[in-house]
Design a binder for this molecule. Structure first.
Ligand SMILES: C[S@@+](CC[C@H](N)C(=O)[O-])C[C@H]1O[C@@H](n2cnc3c(N)ncnc32)[C@H](O)[C@@H]1O
Length: 474
């Protein structure tokens, strides 16, 4: 039965009261974990690591976080799984720690980063020398700018004329190389696109610098230095060569793995939506899941990674289709009929439907939409879709894990129209319905010295960033 209230105040009061009830239900396992620094839970800690540093995947977590969970929870050797693999941090870090790993990634940019790292690890010395030659002799400069580079509406005009010509020359020259070398060189180009463009990734979209000439007169955004093609590419090639030669002295994970002859051949990547693939995977297969799904925060990866996708040859319609296939996390995502895809998800859908707090939040957002007080009318549909789809993902992760297997999930709480959405509590309740024991909701310290006592008193007011630890019973 849908619950309705007379105004915003009543809705918020009732949401807070249900939220408090669920918070109290889980209170004993909600803990601030001072090990979980922001550095560890974001890409920050990877910034100097060989190969990881080639491309800053903004939504990535760190290798150290994966290592931390594998060792702290004594995960037995076997296969580690990530249904939202992104740039592959879970896959590489697990592989380096001696596990096999499997992941699913929908977006071509992530798939390409992962494949390229595997290629890089299997180059021979001649290949590395050839990349060194590119760094030292800049062979693309002798080529004509023959290729027209692919662009889509949202990337058109992203580079200056000179930069566009250089990209075109570079692409023509890359084509002359043998496959594995050309793959590394092409990715080198992908890695630098943002730095040579008039754009900056900004979560929900690409932000355009005033020098682009877009929205002339109205646009004052200055992204800072825009690198010339040669500076950016030479510096990136230098980084790659140093890492391949093991001469990046800061580290060196990658050098270690090379010494131990780790070739990442124990990594398997599936390229599609996990919603299509999960039902096809074998039960009881994985020791652990270490993952971070998109957050329910309107971030649109298809827009922020548009430069890279255009360079990968993706066309307008394909990008729109990818957006619809993503886990619902943007206001444009339409409803997915998951039960039609897999009838076995009926229990997950029931769990989503009977979650009182979640359903009241959705009713509230629908109400705000009706009275015209939402800044975007797609928000209720996004929130509905997010939890509906996550419930199915969680149910299948339960099925895929071995008995005693653990899932570690990084996620953030969000707030819309003045209502805090405790993603951590709601998903943990759904996970419990799926059969998991909710071991912990580990909360990141907020930097203001939040003690456990403060957490009890004010925990509900903070937009918590968390890692959930759910265990499948033995
Ligand atoms: C937070 S990022 C994961 C980052 C990853 N942990 C890393 O360290 O690189 C979430 C990822 O989920 C992917 N994704 C979104 N919807 C998906 C879907 N339906 N199937 C598979 N991957 C999806 C996004 O493209 C994005 O790369």
């Amino acid at each position: 039965m849908k619950k309705h209230f007379k105004d915003t105040e009543e809705y918020i009061e009732n949401i807070c009261s249900l939220d408090e009830k669920l918070f109290t239900y889980f209170q004993s396992i909600i803990k601030i974990d001072n090990n979980l620094t922001r550095q560890l839970v974001s890409f920050q800690a990877n910034k100097k690591l060989s190969a990881y540093r080639w491309y800053k995947y903004k939504e990535a977590f760190s290798v150290s976080l994966v290592q931390h969970f594998l060792s702290k929870y004594n995960i037995p050797k076997g296969i580690i799984f990530d249904p939202f693999a992104g740039s592959g941090t879970t896959l590489f870090a697990s592989s380096e720690a001696g596990y096999d790993s499997e992941g699913i990634e929908l977006l071509p940019v992530g798939q390409q980063i992962i494949k390229n790292r595997i290629t890089a690890c299997n180059l021979n010395q001649n290949d590395v020398d050839r990349i060194k030659f590119w760094r030292d002799s800049l062979p693309w400069k002798k080529f004509k700018a023959a290729e027209k580079i692919n662009s889509i509406r949202i990337t058109s005009g992203a580079y200056s004329e000179n930069t566009e010509k250089s990209i075109s020359r570079f692409l023509s020259a890359v084509k002359q190389e043998k496959e594995n070398v050309s793959s590394i060189l092409f990715c080198c180009l992908l890695y630098i696109l943002e730095s040579i463009s008039y754009t900056r990734k900004d979560g929900q979209f690409l932000r355009w610098d005033y020098r682009s000439g877009r929205r002339k007169g109205q646009n004052t955004f200055d992204k800072g230095r825009i690198y010339t093609f040669d500076e950016a590419v030479i510096s990136k090639l230098d980084e790659i060569v140093n890492d391949l030669n093991g001469t990046n002295i800061q580290l060196d994970l990658f050098a270690n793995t090379r010494q131990q002859n780790v070739t990442y051949k124990n990594i398997k990547l599936y390229s599609d939506s996990c919603l299509n693939l999960l039902p096809k995977l074998q039960s009881l297969k994985y020791q652990a899941v270490i993952t971070s799904p998109p957050y329910c925060n309107r971030y649109d990866y298809t827009r922020t990674y548009a430069l890279e996708h255009a360079m990968l040859g993706i066309q307008e319609q394909e990008l729109t289709d990818l957006r619809q296939k993503m886990l619902s996390c943007t206001v444009e995502n339409r409803e997915k009929d998951l039960l039609n895809l897999n009838r076995d998800w009926a229990p997950a859908v029931r769990s989503y439907e009977k979650n009182e707090l979640l359903q009241l939040i959705i009713n509230y957002l629908e109400y705000k939409k009706t009275v015209g007080e939402l800044n975007n009318n797609g928000i209720p549909r996004m929130v509905r879709g997010y939890f509906y789809e996550m419930a199915c993902v969680i149910q299948d992760c339960f099925r895929l894990l071995k008995n005693g297997g653990i899932i570690f999930m990084v996620n953030d709480n969000v707030r819309y129209a003045g209502a805090s959405i405790s993603v951590d509590l709601i998903l943990s309740k759904i996970a419990e319905d799926a059969g998991f024991n909710i071991e912990n909701i580990l909360v990141l310290p907020n930097g203001k010295g939040n003690s456990s006592q403060q957490m009890g008193a004010h925990g509900r007011e903070i937009l918590r960033k968390c890692v959930y630890v759910w265990k499948k019973p033995n």
